[in-house]
Design a protein around this ligand. Structure first.
Ligand SMILES: *Cc1c(COP(=O)(O)O)cnc(C)c1O
Length: 386
């Protein structure tokens, strides 16, 4: 048997006609940049996330960049974030000349640890004394929200803006006063990616910024179009961060299936959890599962900790099971950030996670037989110790 890490062809097959009809509308209209398709999608994403505004942009990376631009982040500013994330989270900070100041992760959720953030803020490291903390940038890694209540408290205590990197977490919920708040609706700005492998993926690159702040919404709309308003009059220097109509048309069709897909991923996760119970394979923990929220996790990735991770990965690949390491080298150890002066060993939980975790196939169309093959293969490999 062969089980890929992700099978987008299986997702496409049942919605092929709807998608092609939606793309055809754009072809017939010959209106490609922003326009009605994009604003329709923006309204639906805002409604889905529970924000007053949503702004379609070119990618998740650009969503992060434009969010920080809208907050005038630049040299002399520090942005507090996690070193255990996709590169773009931190790349956006450095591209603006600001300093990423890392706090370690919680080893269970893999998300930024509020205790580490508190320690950082209460004892600001001398080596960052030239930088003033301005933004807190938590990442909702793998599809589960970071522990936002204490993070939001810390942010308001210390006068920080909050940008949520929700690229992997569209629709993910965080319990709040007997109900739920969605990823991207809790901070000042939420950033989403429509990279094809995300739970809501386009036919190319795309992204979205969400906010409940009308002034920020207006500014981000200007920034995505070279800071112009009205056309050819530039109050700000922005860039070309515009979402295109073909992506919006595809995403609009897919959005109608998103909740079903989230549910299928959760069902797959429960099956794996049962298969791994009592074994040395550490299944991911869903922190908010018992808090009465529906999308307590959307499992963009299903991540296990396994002994001898690299050997297990090789073993699975040799059995035609797709798997991947997200991410093998924490960002404080990346060559391009050497000048920031971080050392190996500074963020032990991030470094441990990078050495011990493995992503298994979790996509909604996975069959029971495929899942059993993945689980049995991994259990056998772990039991054999190779
Ligand atoms: C995918 C991703 C991004 C970047 O999104 P792109 O659309 O690929 O630019 C940023 N942050 C995280 C955590 C991501 O997973």
């Amino acid at each position: 048997m062969k089980v890929p890490l992700l099978d987008l062809k299986a997702q496409y097959a049942p919605i092929r006609d709807d998608i092609r009809a939606a793309i055809d509308e754009v072809c017939d209209a010959q209106y490609f940049i922003l326009g009605g398709k994009v604003s329709a999608l923006e309204e639906k994403i805002a409604a889905y996330c529970g924000t007053s505004g949503a702004i379609g942009v070119t990618s998740g990376s650009d969503a992060l960049l434009i969010a920080l631009m809208a907050m005038d982040v630049g040299p002399g500013d520090a942005v507090i974030t996690t070193p255990y994330t996709f590169f773009a989270t931190v790349g956006s900070i450095v591209r603006l000349g600001a300093t990423p100041v890392f706090a370690d992760i919680d080893p269970v959720s893999y998300n930024i640890d509020p205790g580490s953030v508190r320690a950082l803020l209460e004892n600001w490291p001398a080596r960052f004394k030239e930088s003033r903390p301005k933004v807190l940038l938590p990442v909702h890694l793998y599809g589960q929200c970071a522990d936002m209540a204490p993070l939001l408290d810390l942010a308001s205590e210390h006068g920080l803006k909050v940008v949520e990197d929700a690229a992997q977490a569209i629709g993910s919920e965080y319990p709040h006063e007997g109900s739920a708040r969605k990823a991207g609706a809790m901070g000042d700005v939420g950033c989403f990616s429509f990279f094809p492998s995300k739970n809501l993926g386009g036919f190319g690159d795309g992204g979205m910024v969400t906010t409940n702040d009308p002034a920020l919404e207006e500014k981000i709309k200007m920034l995505r179009n070279h800071g112009s308003s009205p056309k050819y009059y530039h109050g700000l220097v922005g860039g070309n961060f515009r979402l295109d109509a073909i992506q919006a048309a595809v995403l609009d069709v897919k959005l109608q299936h998103l909740e079903t897909w989230h549910e299928a991923r959760r069902k797959n996760a429960r099956r794996y959890n049962e298969a791994f119970a009592g074994s040395p394979i550490v299944a991911p923990q869903a922190a908010y599962e018992d808090a009465g929220v529906r999308n307590y996790h959307i499992y963009n990735q299903y991540i296990v900790r396994v002994p001898q991770r690299d050997a297990m990965r090789e073993g699975l690949l040799s059995r035609n099971v797709g798997c991947e390491i997200y991410y093998p080298l924490p960002l404080h150890m990346q060559e391009c950030f050497e000048t920031l002066g971080y050392q190996k060993g500074e963020f032990p939980e991030s470094e441990k996670a990078a050495a011990e975790t493995l992503a298994l196939p979790i996509y909604p169309e996975l069959t029971d037989e495929m899942q059993d093959y993945v689980a049995d293969s991994l259990c056998e490999l772990v039991a054999a110790g190779v």
